[in-house]
Design a protein around this ligand. Sequence first.
Ligand SMILES: [Zn+2]
Length: 149
Amino acid sequence: MTEMKFIADVMVGKLARWLRVLGFDAAYSNQYDDDEIIRRANADHRVILTRDTRLAARKHNGRCLLIDSGDYREQLRQVLGLLGLKDFNVFSRCLECNAVLEDIDRESAFEKVPAYVYLTHERFARCPSCERIYWHGTHAEEMLKQLRL
Ligand SMILES: [Zn+2]
Protein backbone atom coordinates (compact mmCIF):
# COMPACT_ATOMS: atom_id res chain seq x y z
CA MET A 1 0.00 0.00 0.00
CA THR A 2 1.45 3.27 -1.06
CA GLU A 3 1.75 6.17 1.34
CA MET A 4 0.66 8.64 -1.30
CA LYS A 5 -1.71 11.22 0.16
CA PHE A 6 -3.94 13.67 -1.65
CA ILE A 7 -6.01 16.75 -1.13
CA ALA A 8 -8.71 17.63 -3.63
CA ASP A 9 -10.24 20.99 -4.36
CA VAL A 10 -13.97 21.50 -4.63
CA MET A 11 -14.06 20.80 -8.38
CA VAL A 12 -12.71 17.27 -8.06
CA GLY A 13 -14.62 15.95 -5.05
CA LYS A 14 -15.80 12.90 -6.93
CA LEU A 15 -12.20 12.06 -7.78
CA ALA A 16 -11.34 12.22 -4.06
CA ARG A 17 -14.12 9.75 -3.32
CA TRP A 18 -12.79 7.36 -5.95
CA LEU A 19 -9.30 7.59 -4.54
CA ARG A 20 -10.81 6.58 -1.19
CA VAL A 21 -12.48 3.59 -2.88
CA LEU A 22 -8.99 2.49 -3.90
CA GLY A 23 -7.73 3.02 -0.35
CA PHE A 24 -5.86 6.29 -0.72
CA ASP A 25 -5.88 9.03 1.88
CA ALA A 26 -7.71 11.77 -0.01
CA ALA A 27 -8.65 14.83 2.01
CA TYR A 28 -11.58 16.77 0.67
CA SER A 29 -14.12 19.23 1.95
CA ASN A 30 -16.23 21.78 0.14
CA GLN A 31 -15.28 24.10 3.03
CA TYR A 32 -11.61 24.26 2.07
CA ASP A 33 -10.52 27.43 0.31
CA ASP A 34 -7.21 27.63 -1.59
CA ASP A 35 -5.24 28.79 1.46
CA GLU A 36 -6.56 25.91 3.52
CA ILE A 37 -5.72 23.42 0.76
CA ILE A 38 -2.14 24.75 0.56
CA ARG A 39 -1.81 24.69 4.34
CA ARG A 40 -3.03 21.11 4.62
CA ALA A 41 -0.96 19.96 1.64
CA ASN A 42 2.18 21.35 3.28
CA ALA A 43 1.36 19.97 6.72
CA ASP A 44 0.67 16.38 5.55
CA HIS A 45 2.73 16.26 2.32
CA ARG A 46 -0.35 15.84 0.22
CA VAL A 47 -0.48 15.96 -3.57
CA ILE A 48 -2.91 18.70 -4.57
CA LEU A 49 -5.55 17.75 -7.13
CA THR A 50 -7.22 20.67 -8.82
CA ARG A 51 -8.72 21.93 -12.06
CA ASP A 52 -7.89 25.52 -11.10
CA THR A 53 -4.78 26.84 -12.88
CA ARG A 54 -4.35 29.60 -10.29
CA LEU A 55 -4.25 27.12 -7.43
CA ALA A 56 -1.95 24.85 -9.45
CA ALA A 57 0.47 27.76 -9.96
CA ARG A 58 0.84 28.45 -6.25
CA LYS A 59 3.92 27.19 -4.46
CA HIS A 60 3.75 24.46 -1.90
CA ASN A 61 6.15 21.79 -0.66
CA GLY A 62 4.79 18.91 -2.68
CA ARG A 63 3.32 18.03 -6.01
CA CYS A 64 0.25 19.43 -7.63
CA LEU A 65 -1.62 17.77 -10.47
CA LEU A 66 -3.69 19.95 -12.74
CA ILE A 67 -6.59 17.72 -13.69
CA ASP A 68 -7.54 17.93 -17.37
CA SER A 69 -10.82 16.13 -17.74
CA GLY A 70 -14.24 16.90 -16.30
CA ASP A 71 -15.02 13.17 -16.21
CA TYR A 72 -14.08 11.35 -13.01
CA ARG A 73 -12.98 8.20 -14.82
CA GLU A 74 -10.52 10.16 -16.94
CA GLN A 75 -9.43 12.10 -13.85
CA LEU A 76 -8.68 8.90 -11.98
CA ARG A 77 -6.78 7.46 -14.94
CA GLN A 78 -4.75 10.66 -15.15
CA VAL A 79 -3.79 10.57 -11.46
CA LEU A 80 -3.00 6.84 -11.38
CA GLY A 81 -1.09 7.07 -14.66
CA LEU A 82 1.00 10.12 -13.80
CA LEU A 83 1.95 8.80 -10.40
CA GLY A 84 2.36 5.19 -11.55
CA LEU A 85 -0.05 3.87 -8.90
CA LYS A 86 -1.01 0.24 -9.34
CA ASP A 87 -1.42 -1.20 -5.85
CA PHE A 88 -4.78 -0.57 -4.31
CA ASN A 89 -6.26 -1.42 -0.97
CA VAL A 90 -9.97 -1.36 -1.65
CA PHE A 91 -12.39 -1.59 1.23
CA SER A 92 -9.99 0.09 3.63
CA ARG A 93 -11.20 3.65 3.93
CA CYS A 94 -14.51 5.41 4.60
CA LEU A 95 -15.87 7.00 1.44
CA GLU A 96 -17.56 9.75 3.44
CA CYS A 97 -14.89 10.86 5.90
CA ASN A 98 -11.61 9.35 4.66
CA ALA A 99 -10.96 7.53 7.96
CA VAL A 100 -9.29 4.10 7.91
CA LEU A 101 -11.90 1.39 8.50
CA GLU A 102 -11.64 -1.03 11.40
CA ASP A 103 -12.56 -4.67 10.91
CA ILE A 104 -15.37 -5.82 13.16
CA ASP A 105 -16.47 -9.36 13.79
CA ARG A 106 -19.49 -10.62 11.96
CA GLU A 107 -21.62 -10.90 15.09
CA SER A 108 -21.30 -7.25 15.95
CA ALA A 109 -22.47 -6.31 12.46
CA PHE A 110 -25.70 -8.23 12.94
CA GLU A 111 -27.78 -5.39 14.34
CA LYS A 112 -26.25 -2.74 12.14
CA VAL A 113 -26.82 -4.05 8.63
CA PRO A 114 -29.85 -5.38 6.74
CA ALA A 115 -30.48 -9.10 7.29
CA TYR A 116 -29.82 -9.93 3.66
CA VAL A 117 -26.45 -8.22 3.81
CA TYR A 118 -25.58 -10.00 7.04
CA LEU A 119 -26.48 -13.38 5.59
CA THR A 120 -24.60 -12.95 2.35
CA HIS A 121 -21.36 -11.37 3.55
CA GLU A 122 -18.51 -12.56 5.72
CA ARG A 123 -16.40 -9.50 6.26
CA PHE A 124 -17.53 -6.26 7.82
CA ALA A 125 -15.74 -3.09 8.81
CA ARG A 126 -16.70 0.06 10.63
CA CYS A 127 -15.69 3.67 10.22
CA PRO A 128 -14.37 4.91 13.58
CA SER A 129 -15.38 8.43 12.70
CA CYS A 130 -18.96 8.29 11.32
CA GLU A 131 -19.70 4.67 12.44
CA ARG A 132 -20.93 3.67 9.00
CA ILE A 133 -20.68 -0.09 8.39
CA TYR A 134 -19.05 -1.40 5.23
CA TRP A 135 -19.05 -4.90 3.86
CA HIS A 136 -16.71 -6.45 1.38
CA GLY A 137 -17.68 -7.31 -2.13
CA THR A 138 -20.40 -4.82 -2.80
CA HIS A 139 -19.83 -1.16 -3.17
CA ALA A 140 -16.14 -0.90 -3.87
CA GLU A 141 -16.03 -3.83 -6.27
CA GLU A 142 -19.11 -2.74 -8.15
CA MET A 143 -17.57 0.67 -8.47
CA LEU A 144 -14.28 -0.78 -9.69
CA LYS A 145 -16.12 -2.78 -12.33
CA GLN A 146 -17.76 0.40 -13.54
CA LEU A 147 -14.38 1.97 -13.83
CA ARG A 148 -12.74 -0.98 -15.64
CA LEU A 149 -9.33 -0.30 -14.15
ZN1 LIG B 1 -16.83 7.57 7.98
